[in-house]
Design a protein around this ligand. Structure first.
Ligand SMILES: [Zn+2]
Length: 132
């Protein structure tokens, strides 16, 4: 049986064993590889991935930008990618600063969207009433 790790209030105490640190790293890897979870935008249980999408609207001397950063399912990623990217593509470049910002946002959105295309979609659970 493993000896418990004890710490004192002043921060001193036993040094963490390498076995414990490896175990924590292993748990972190399991957490990172877990894809089935709750989508933060639609609240459905589905495989999710953390993504960030940016939108820019140019108004000659002003610009309006917004972003979404969340763990999203594939359908939400698809929805927000097209919504943010097409808006930026259409009216995102209409400004002195925006003409430089909009292409960057579009490329960033595409770079974040492409890896998500291989994500699994929502799985249909077994239906006991109408089995296959
Ligand atoms: Zn969703």
């Amino acid at each position: 049986m493993r000896k418990p790790v004890k710490f004192k209030a002043d921060g001193s105490g036993q040094k963490l064993s390498s076995g414990y640190i490896d175990w924590v790293r292993h748990l972190g890897r399991i957490e990172m590889n877990t894809t089935a979870s709750c989508c933060q935008t639609c609240q459905r249980n589905a495989p999710v991935k953390y993504v960030e999408f940016y939108q820019n609207i140019g108004a000659v001397i002003m610009r309006f930008h917004k972003s979404i950063k969340a763990n999203m399912c594939k359908s939400c990623i698809h929805k927000y990618f097209w919504q943010y990217t097409l808006t930026t593509l259409a009216i995102g470049w209409l400004g002195y600063i925006s003409i430089f910002v909009a292409p960057v946002f579009i490329v960033m959105n595409i770079c974040r969207y492409l890896p998500c295309l291989t994500m699994a979609t929502e799985t249909v659970t077994h239906n006991p009433i109408f089995p296959k």
